[in-house]
Write a protein that binds this ligand. Structure first.
Ligand code: NAI
Length: 325
């Protein structure tokens, strides 16, 4: 019997994994995130199961190895929160590369529609019996240009959704795909041409602040930005400057560069000590959701299925199809 320690466990994780324990595995669910302060909770476990905001740095990897933990299974696709280079040769890291891309792509369009048609403001107004339409004018997506940065599984589905709205679809990706429904262009052309820019590439050391002041300056006046990928891809301070000047007409953010200590938790009774986040959240043309784009029943089932497959592959000595690196 192998013991698997789940970190950053929420009710929906417990639901999708409960009933999946068998004579091979027992699950220990912890609400804490895995980091330097909590790694001792993994002592006596065979594997840790982590999510996007667990911090698996060198210290944590060394401690896991000291405790005899052999495996890190990620309940997500991105792995920027794991020091992969350091982990190599010390501990195996497996991920879930393939869960429903529709969950994230559909949330991306939800953010765009909500922003453009000001539904976040309309919802609040009508609840207060304010039926005025002042300030709620949007634009047709029909014939507008979507610029998709990263045309992997999610970016491609988002491209198809945009096509469904009769948008022109442009893409930028160093590794183009035949399955992309749009037209590939260089990054500058995409930035200059797109009415809506949507990020779907992974975060790497090389593309931190991919959307910075200089990228924003190249954009069309009044462009919209949607980011459902990773927060660090955007320099939020530069985005705020762009929003203040009107260069950027609106931003839909499911991720935020400093989300680790905030997202997924309830701080509604507290003052947030993050002035950048407080500023951007207060803007009427910004919608922030707290990294919820993945959160559909279908995606959660896919994540649980693949995580169990990853555990079986490792502990039964089979081929590791989802190994990182
Ligand atoms: P994928 O691996 O299928 O596609 C990523 C694409 O980005 C690839 O085609 C790759 O060539 C391209 N790419 C890499 N570096 C690039 C760069 N510098 N510029 C442009 N393109 C670049 O990944 P998938 O499944 O489509 O996911 C994309 C990202 O979405 C993930 O890396 C993750 O960060 C994020 N994500 C967010 C979720 C959420 O709940 N908000 C849930 C799942 C993923």
């Amino acid at each position: 019997m192998k013991t698997i320690a789940f970190f950053d466990t929420k009710s929906y994780d417990k639901l999708s994994f409960s009933g999946r324990e068998n004579d091979k595995y027992s699950f220990k669910f912890f609400e804490s995130k895995l980091n330097e302060n909590t790694v001792s909770m993994a002592a006596c476990c065979d594997a840790v199961c982590v999510f996007v905001n667990d911090n698996i740095n060198r210290f944590v990897i060394d401690k896991l190895c000291e405790f005899g933990v052999k495996l890190i299974v990620l309940r997500c696709a991105g792995y920027n929160n794991v020091d992969i280079k350091y982990a190599k040769g010390k501990i195996t890291v497996l991920r879930v590369p393939d869960y429903s891309p529709y969950s994230v792509a559909e949330h991306t369009m939800a953010l765009l529609l909500m922003l453009n048609r000001k539904l976040h403001r309309a919802y609040i107004r009508t609840r207060d019996h304010n039926f005025s339409l002042e300030g709620l004018c949007g634009f047709d997506l029909h014939s507008k240009t979507a610029g998709i940065i990263g045309t992997g599984r999610i970016g491609r589905v988002f491209g198809e959704i945009c096509k469904g709205f009769s948008m022109n679809v442009l893409g930028y990706d160093p590794y183009p795909s035949n399955e992309f429904v749009g037209e590939y262009v260089d990054l500058d052309t995409l930035l200059k041409t797109a009415d809506v820019i949507s990020l779907h590439c992974p975060l790497t050391k090389e593309n931190r602040f991919f959307i910075d002041q200089s990228a924003i300056e190249k954009m069309k006046n009044g462009a919209y930005i949607v980011n459902t990928s990773r927060g660090m891809l955007i320099d939020t301070k530069a985005l705020i400057t762009g929003l203040k000047s009107g260069k950027i007409a609106g931003a839909g953010l499911d991720v935020y560069e400093e989300e680790t200590h905030l997202f997924f938790e309830d701080y509604s009774d507290e003052v947030i000590h993050d002035d950048v986040l407080s500023t951007i959240i207060s803007m009427p043309n910004v919608i922030v959701s707290s990294h919820q784009a993945f959160l559909t029943k279908e995606a959660l089932k896919d994540i649980a299925d693949t995580t169990l497959y990853n555990l079986d592959s490792f502990f039964e000595g089979k081929e590791l199809k989802n190994q990182v690196l």
